[in-house]
Design a protein around this ligand. Structure first.
Ligand SMILES: [Zn+2]
Length: 448
């Protein structure tokens, strides 16, 4: 089959002429299938998960179809109108499976068309052989879930054998320290999120230290950091876009110290307004970055959409972080979640700054079409060593697996399109896939 690519040539006075020029050799027939097969068979590094431990789930009160609705799908079920307390009751043993289903069904019927809903349907189809969630299948699905967890090796089967996840990087929380396929990052956000004397007290208690001065406070932070280093963390994570604006000024220490002392002098539960504590919070963020710098650890930063309901999206614009990238040129910053919906800013930052990397974790279940649209653009704008194309970001392994399929599909389609249009060769497309799904994260986090 003969095809030709079109090249538009602009003359210097602005007139366009269309010439039929072949800019790359045409791809060999069958490239679509070869690229898709290649992408689907790659081992991947999953850069971000919150997986619950299997042993804690077996026998829990959401060990039925609700296991698959309790994370992410729940956001859209509530966005579709279900009350928070009503939803929470479905994760208890207050109701039978049939009763839970009757309560959630009207909201699920509206929420199931979102990509969160699609991930659920994909998981039940591919893992349990059930093509839809409805009156007829809800009991059967619940049974199959309990059966799967009863075997004791379900996680490993789903993540390793089905999702082909070679390594997964877990956010703080549910630890699986004995498993060589997992690595960890740690958050120190609690040291930044202080609004009152009581918040500082809580940190002192956790650290088992007396904190009376900013110096003591910084020592508590260093102690927490040392403890995390002893657990062999591979990076530092920050999720503060859920709670405040991603603008961190380099506050002089005396200014931060004044705020700290004011907090200590106030009544325990008197919460200060954000504007008043911001200089201290900003100062601590810079301290944490310096610790990451000292120990050569990359920093993963949440940008874009916040999960849950009711938040301020403008707090999360990745462009707000530019002063940090400029100031700490030798710290590797990894921006999360495709910056949704700030995809243009997101790619621009990674293009502009040698020390900025982008990560598409969570993104394909937020919107596969956004992910595809922007991956096209990011491949064109950001060097291929700085894109990490998958992180499941799920509580449950079924979600992580379904998400990995959605990611592979988008990555394959984008690369096929890039080859079809003559933007790159088939070999180049495969090399990019291997980098963005595996090699980049392996190198960046030093995974062995
Ligand atoms: Zn996450």
């Amino acid at each position: 089959m003969k095809k030709a690519a079109f090249l538009i040539i602009f003359s210097s006075w602005g007139l366009a002429a269309v010439a039929q020029v072949q800019i790359r050799p045409l791809p060999e027939e069958g490239f679509e299938k070869r690229i898709r097969d290649f992408v689907y068979n790659l081992w991947i590094v999953d850069t971000h998960e919150h997986l619950m431990a299997e042993e804690n789930l077996d026998g829990s009160s959401m060990m039925d179809f609700m296991l698959l609705l309790h994370h992410y799908a729940d956001d859209d079920i509530k966005s579709a109108g279900m009350g928070k307390p009503e939803f929470a009751e479905l994760l208890t043993d207050k109701y039978t499976v049939a009763e839970k289903w009757q309560r959630v069904k009207p909201f699920w019927e509206n929420a199931k068309s979102t990509a969160y809903g699609r991930a659920v349907l994909l998981a039940i189809d591919k893992l349990f052989g059930i093509p839809d969630l409805n009156d007829e299948t809800v009991e059967k699905l619940s049974e199959k879930i309990r059966e799967a967890y009863g075997k004791g090796s379900w996680d490993d089967y789903v993540l390793h054998e089905r999702a082909l996840i070679r390594y997964a990087i877990l956010d703080v929380g549910k630890r699986r320290l004995d498993d060589p396929n997992f690595r960890y990052v740690e958050k120190f956000d609690n040291f930044i999120r202080v609004y009152s004397h009581a918040d500082i007290e809580k940190i002192a208690q956790n650290a088992d230290l007396t904190i009376a001065s900013l110096e003591d406070y910084e020592k508590a932070l260093e102690k927490a950091f040392d403890e995390a280093l002893a657990r062999h963390i591979v990076g530092v994570k920050s999720a503060l876009a859920y709670h405040r604006i991603l603008d961190y000024q380099d506050t002089p220490r005396p200014v931060a110290e004044k705020v700290f002392n004011d907090l200590m002098a106030a009544n325990s539960d008197d919460a200060f307004p954000f504007e008043e504590v911001k200089p201290l919070q900003d100062y601590i963020m810079h301290r944490i970055i310096r610790l990451a710098q000292k120990h050569d650890l990359p920093m993963q930063i949440h940008t874009g959409l916040q999960a849950g309901d009711g938040n301020i999206i403008r707090n999360s614009n990745p462009a707000l972080l530019a002063n940090l990238f400029m100031q700490y040129r030798d710290v590797k910053f990894i921006l999360f979640h495709g910056g949704y919906p700030y995809g243009g800013e997101f790619g621009t930052l990674a293009k502009n700054f040698r020390n900025v990397y982008i990560d598409l974790c969570w993104l394909y279940i937020i919107s596969p079409s956004y992910a595809g649209r922007y991956l096209h653009e990011w491949i064109e704008t950001v060097p291929a060593n700085k894109i990490m194309a998958f992180g499941g970001d799920f509580h449950n392994v079924e979600g992580a697996y379904a998400h990995s399929l959605m990611a592979r599909e988008v990555v394959a389609n984008v690369l096929i399109e890039k080859v079809r249009t003559g933007y790159m060769t088939e070999a180049e497309a495969k090399a990019v896939a291997q980098k963005i799904l595996y090699q980049n994260a392996k190198d960046l986090f030093g995974l062995e």
